[in-house]
Design a protein around this ligand. Sequence first.
Ligand code: PLP
Length: 373
Amino acid sequence: MKFRTYAEINLDNLACNLRSIREIVGSRGVIPVIKADAYGHGAVVVARRLVREGCSMFAVARFEEAMELRESGICAQILVLGRLFPDRISEALKAGLSISIFDPLDLDWIEEALRRLPGLTARVHLKLDSGMGRVGLLLPRAADLFDRLSKCSACCWEGLYTHFATADEKDKTFANLQLARFGKAISIISGLPRKPGIIHMAASGAILDLPGSHFDAVRPGILMYGHYPSKETSRSMTPRQVMSFKTYVGHLREMPGGHPVSYGRRWTTPGPTRIAVLPVGYADGLGRRFTNNGEVLIRGRRYPMVGTVTMDYIMVNVGSGPVEVGDEVLLWGESEQGSIETLDVAERIGTIPYELTCGLSRRVQRIYIGDPG
Ligand SMILES: Cc1ncc(COP(=O)(O)O)c(C=O)c1O
């Protein structure tokens, strides 16, 4: 694929990762998390392939993300992890979306909408905050809502869930505390006349390291896209990288020694050398934190990025290496010439693979390989 900056998305690797996750969790359900355009991989295409692989429920963050899937013909259940306000609830009910509730007010809004839409049922998942401290109902305040939900005749209490804050860390003390708190909530529910259909908690870190949190279903994101959530989890499966970010050598320049490169003159040629100019920059999602701090792979050899990352270009010092205009350049992921682990790239600039894959802009064409399903 010459003369393009693009993200190659390997759908067979995605399916392979799903199978590896299933090997770990056995007969439990898998709810792939395909929010943020499937972490930058393209939610509609990813969902289609995962439906083919037998997935019947997905999770997204926003109403608009769910509707994009519906409008693309995805009929599977879709759980919206984020809050829905009254202006969206009626539409969500009509589209059969599963709605997260975090507070009694959310149920008020749903009941109100249901009064205007007789005959419809609301699929709801109650989100508890067991320690993440972001969204969700604190356990001591949950009893009333448990009771209301178990009595709401127009509601299908489809799920109860929570989210770990530290499951990807080596020290599992806090994760185990969250698990214990959630376990307490589950035991309270066991005494109710109606109970939630499924209980779910584990994302990637806990899928790998906390089998006691797998309950009825798990919600993998990053692991499905081929990356460990951190370097501290166990490596009980070998994920295959789904996204490979590639560009090409646009210009090859012979430079004299002592010549500055890019904005701010943050790098100067130490002697005569060859500089490859690559048409990729921060407008594509390759952030300025890579300034004088990155590596690329060309014909199987690694070369350093030099000078400030600009909106549309980066520069690489290729010296006397065998590099020609038009050569494929790997920024992260895999190619025939070798691989660069996205987790290593992320660590270099003090971030996580999630931010790199989600950060690729619209300008970067997604090219799918493998069976689309
Ligand atoms: C509520 C919830 N569940 C699951 C996930 C998936 O997490 P991961 O990508 O670490 O598997 C996320 C991701 O942010 C999330 O917010």
